[in-house]
Design a protein around this ligand. Structure first.
Ligand code: V47
Ligand code: SF4
Length: 382
């Protein structure tokens, strides 16, 4: 709309000055793809240059049966239909852990449905068993949705609960369960699970124990731009207080096989605009991650020009959350070589990281073997 408003925001970004909520709303309403890409890339390159992170991880989803009924969820089965789903025992999960004994993975990401038998003791014992078996494997597990439920059920405070999880071996909390914080939307799509204040309080307590976590936003469904700004604003505010968030992960709503299948999915242009505005607005977050199983490999590569500096991990076909919601990647799995090739093919420098962004291996001088040339039909730059 107004060129002077755009120029004023561009100047703030150039000077490293924080943009306001009004500025962010303005960008959502009026920012062009080119303007947003230019600003977001400026921020990204100031922070990371061309460095682009990924890790080697796998997922364990203890169950897809859930007492909640979030309307966007394609993955969960109601308790009355539990025969259609899975419910792992400790032994089932330890078998999965042991199957990676010879693999150079650094992280296990554990998240799934909410069920009464999966209580505080169950998870304490699981984390302890994993740590006894493989002490160096980083456990990134559960979200405030599960924590709120299990602590309430056991009648313990969030503080006591998170202290017990830490003592049992939990290393970090993934970003899930955030959805959209604003009650106008949250009550419609995820009404019966923990609310925004509870989600934020659990992360706050975890950060104050000296620990790190991630944050997500499920976008592109019934929310409007003001709801997205409100969501980002609550995250930026908590980060100002604790500095415990590492990474922000926008999650594109996928519409297959859920109660919101009538809602159209966002376009790739909107996805890139959303990454860019998140990067520009969240000036106190170090990283913005594109979760490739959800958006597909090509959009993940494009996102690296719109503020994203992290592509998550190899994943190894161990998550069903997105494939069941219609994501491009039906059997998400990439080798380290694939990820390195994808990143190099768009002119960035691949770095394998651990969960806390320590460098595991620097692939910036990696030279391709022939079979990886022309990955995804894009030019390989070295
Ligand atoms: O909270 C569920 C989302 C999240 C759908 O922290 C859906 O590193 C889109 O949080 N369409 C769980 N999204 C996954 C998650 C995550 C993923 C990768 C890395 C990290 C991290 C965290 O998945 C849920 C929900 O917001 N989700 N169904 C769907 N139909
Ligand atoms: Fe359950 Fe999580 Fe699905 Fe909601 S999003 S129904 S809490 S598994």
């Amino acid at each position: 709309m107004s060129e002077s408003t755009t120029r004023a925001i561009e100047k703030k970004v150039q000077d490293g000055v924080r943009i306001s909520d009004e500025d962010a709303l303005y960008l959502f309403e009026h920012g062009t793809l080119a303007q947003l890409g230019k600003m977001a890339n400026q921020v990204r390159e100031r922070l990371h240059g061309d460095r682009t992170y990924f890790n080697r991880n796998f997922h364990i989803e203890p169950t897809n049966v859930c007492i909640y009924t979030c309307s966007f969820c394609s993955y969960s089965r109601l308790i009355k239909n539990r025969g259609e789903g899975w419910e792992y025992t400790h032994e089932d999960m330890m078998e999965i852990i042991r199957s990676y004994d010879d693999a150079p993975v650094t992280e296990v990401h554990i998240v799934g449905g909410v069920l009464p038998q999966f209580d505080v003791l169950f998870y304490e014992q699981l984390f302890k068993a994993i740590k006894i078996h493989r002490p160096d494997l980083h456990i990134k597990a559960l979200t405030p949705v599960e924590y709120h439920y299990i602590f309430k059920k056991d009648k313990i405070s969030y503080q006591e609960g998170m202290e017990r999880m830490k003592a049992a071996g939990l290393d970090s909390i993934p970003g899930g369960g955030a959805e959209i914080f604003h009650p106008e939307v949250r009550e419609k799509i995820a009404g019966d699970k923990c609310n925004a204040d509870q989600w934020l309080e659990i992360h706050q307590i975890w950060h104050k124990l000296g620990m790190r976590s991630n944050a997500t936003m499920l976008y592109g469904h019934i929310e409007n731009h003001a709801h997205r700004v409100d969501h980002l604003s609550r995250l930026r505010k908590l980060q100002e207080e604790t500095n415990g968030f590492q990474t922000f992960i926008p999650l594109k709503f996928r519409n297959k096989g859920n109660q919101m299948s009538h809602v159209a999915e966002s376009t790739v242009v909107e996805d890139l605009r959303n990454y860019a505005i998140a990067r520009i607005y969240l000036d106190n977050f170090d990283h913005v991650k594109a979760y490739w199983p959800m958006i597909g490999r090509t959009t993940a590569q494009l996102s690296l020009a719109f503020g994203v500096d992290d592509l998550d991990g190899t994943i190894d076909d161990t998550t069903k959350i997105y494939s069941m919601a219609g994501a491009e990647e039906q059997n998400p799995s990439l080798s380290t070589k694939d990820l390195v090739a994808m990143i190099q093919a768009v002119g960035r420098l691949p770095i394998e990281r651990d969960t806390l962004y320590g460098v595991v291996e620097d692939f910036t001088d990696h030279v391709f073997e022939d079979e990886y040339r022309g990955y995804l039909d894009l030019p390989v730059l070295n």
